[in-house]
Design a protein around this ligand. Structure first.
Ligand code: ADP
Ligand code: MG
Length: 280
């Protein structure tokens, strides 16, 4: 019993500090893997809203997109952590992201008592997307060029915005957008207090093969210096941390979303988990 009271007392200064603050949460992959984790995530986000934070969710849906592509007999390929996307891939990605992943997150948040609104880059002209610099290799992979946060601010007054990382360019071509990159841009555009990236590893590892090599703290300059060496899905994630901090976000966190309630532990306990990226 007293341990529970202590946990609440420990949380109190954080609740006070974060009241009214915007937190952008990138949700994807591992934290969506099973029913228990999905329910845990929804409970955590709803709790954040109840205690006065302003959570904004940006999500991917990589594993689900892969599952549906494989069911359709389509080839799944990645270059430097980016999904190679021909027009058919983009079509499936969009259908899965919006029709399945987004609506599942929204309905869970609704059920837990905080109504949510799902949207993608097209809604309210949230994202303007342009082709990735490496378009020759990766196809219709987009980069978010501009974020129009007006729609998010309106929604966030009463609802939890849940953003699927897809968008179109000025000509109306659809693109697959890396959700980490999109979350970094959204956090910067909103001038969020924090950006939190849920992933399937403890954080940024100095040696990707060694879970004991966690970089628990890094300045944005240290991340910039190391980025060239980082591979796979961690590269866009660290790039997004750089983007967020550059946009005025106070700290960006990469945490293990495969651990239940990692979001609450990161925000409301003294024991920081994962990697924290700070301005200097
Ligand atoms: P998500 O975007 O869903 O969090 P990703 O697979 O895109 O997942 O990115 C996380 C992955 O990045 C890890 O599972 C790991 O395989 C890979 N990775 C590559 N280099 C590193 C590194 N230095 N530290 C941690 N993870 C790394
Ligand atoms: Mg990823």
């Amino acid at each position: 019993m007293s341990a529970n009271v202590n946990t609440l007392l420990e949380a109190l200064p954080y609740i006070r500090e974060f009241h009214g603050r915007t937190v952008v949460i990138k949700y994807g992959g591992a934290a969506m893997r099973d029913e228990e984790l999905r329910e845990g995530f929804a409970t955590d986000v709803v709790l954040l809203k109840y205690v006065g934070l302003n959570p904004v969710i940006v999500h991917g849906g990589g594993p689900d997109i892969t599952t549906y592509m494989e069911r359709l007999g389509m080839e799944v390929r990645f270059v430097e952590g980016v999904r190679v996307s021909d027009p058919e891939t983009v079509e499936i990605a969009k259908m899965v992201l919006l029709g399945k992943v987004n609506s599942d997150i929204v309905s869970r948040l609704n059920r837990h008592g905080q109504p949510a609104v799902g949207l993608s880059g097209e809604d309210g002209t949230l994202f303007e997307v342009r082709a990735h610099p490496n378009a020759e290799q990766v196809g219709f992979v987009g980069e978010v060029e501009r974020v129009d946060v007006d729609v998010l601010n309106h929604i966030a007054e009463d609802y939890i915005p849940v953003v699927a990382s897809a968008g179109t360019d000025r000509e109306g071509n659809s693109y697959n957008v890396n959700a980490d990159t999109a979350a970094g841009k959204v956090a910067a555009a909103l001038r969020a207090y924090k950006a939190i990236f849920l992933t399937d590893v403890r954080g940024w590892l100095a040696d990707p093969g060694d879970p004991g090599s966690l970089r628990s703290r890094a300045t944005v300059n240290e991340v910039v210096a190391a980025l060239g060496e980082v591979e796979g899905g961690m590269r866009p994630k660290l790039g997004a941390c750089i983007e967020a901090i550059g946009g005025g976000v106070q700290s960006a966190h990469i945490i293990d979303g495969s651990k239940p309630h990692s979001l609450l532990l990161e925000l409301f306990t003294d024991a920081g988990i994962g990697t924290m990226v700070i301005p200097a």
